[in-house]
Design a binder for this molecule. Structure first.
Ligand code: 5RP
Length: 288
């Protein structure tokens, strides 16, 4: 039995049940809405009033990725969507070369009190605090395993400091080699799901993760059609769905974008028909 299979069959009922709340057992896929950006970006565009932007999108999301603080401030506890709780932080846009300096900020007891269906933190492979962030992941995997709470590992792409001590920081290249390396490290640490960026030859990244489901982040806001193409390419290459943020909530029609993304992820819709879903919703809502 492969390592991935052994993890799969050792999961207890609670772990399986929580994963099934996030990844739809009928399609084996998931449209997660990522709105955790404020933990290091502050009141970012589209999330200044998080409740106003996010609450109307909840009916179309399979799960919401968010911090505990944002949840308590802006989301009604009566809502019934699984929460993927970000439990790391400590970094900010003010220190762009130190983005990898994350620690665990929320303990497992709080995650349980919040009724989290999963917990999540980022790893920054190739960045100055690589080891610390891998330790963060390993720690929450151990805690999650204790209580049957799955862990979504996020392969954040940071900056690598130059040998001269950081004066010449370079962005890390998002290719299948790097993302495959980062994602596989997460799997080896016991992550139950991996979130990474899309890249060419994405099937190699998926293969590097064995049986662990992989979802893609949307990344910076791009044209709606391009974002839908990316989601389509990702699921065609074996991704189990998306965990998208900016390409939904920064769109000129966020409901249209999340509905279109659902069509791709859950209904295997071609890009053109998914784009029509977005265009029609935009027209219907009078945004055109
Ligand atoms: C950073 C994160 C996010 O804050 C977020 O989830 C990214 O989503 P998107 O790129 O689609 O806006 O995980 O590493």
């Amino acid at each position: 039995m492969s390592a991935g299979n052994s993890i799969k069959y050792c999961m207890d009922w609670g772990m399986k049940n929580r994963i099934s709340r996030i990844i739809n057992p009928e399609t084996g896929r998931c449209v997660m809405l990522a709105v955790d950006h404020g933990y290091f970006q502050g009141p970012t565009t589209g999330l200044r009033n998080l409740g106003e932007s996010v609450n109307p999108l909840l009916p179309y999301a399979d799960a919401i990725m968010i911090t505990g603080g944002a949840l308590k401030n802006w989301i009604n506890p009566a809502m019934n969507k699984p929460v993927v709780l970000r439990v790391s932080g400590g970094n900010s846009m003010e220190l762009p070369d130190e983005l990898s300096d994350e620690v665990i900020t929320t303990n497992i007891e709080d995650a349980i009190r919040i009724n989290a269906s999963a917990i999540t933190c980022s790893v920054y492979i190739g960045s100055p605090h690589q080891r610390q962030t891998i330790e963060n992941l390993a720690k929450i995997v151990n805690e999650g395993n204790k209580y049957g709470i799955p862990v979504l590992a996020v392969t954040a792409v940071g900056r690598r400091l130059s040998q001269e001590g950081g004066k010449d920081a370079k962005d890390i290249v998002r290719n299948e080699r790097y993302l495959g390396l980062a994602s596989r490290i997460c799997v080896e640490m016991g992550a139950h799901m991996v979130k990474t960026y899309y890249c060419d030859e994405f099937e190699k990244v998926v293969a590097a993760c064995g049986n662990v489901p992989v979802v893609i982040a949307g990344g910076k806001k791009i044209d709606e059609l391009d974002a839908l193409k990316m989601a389509h390419n990702a699921v065609s290459a074996g991704a189990r769905g998306v965990d998208m943020g900016r390409n939904v909530f920064q769109s000129d029609c966020p409901i249209g974008m999340i509905k279109a993304t659902r069509a791709i992820v859950h209904d295997n819709a071609p890009v053109e028909s998914a784009y029509d879903v977005y265009v029609m919703e935009k027209a219907r809502s009078g945004k055109q």
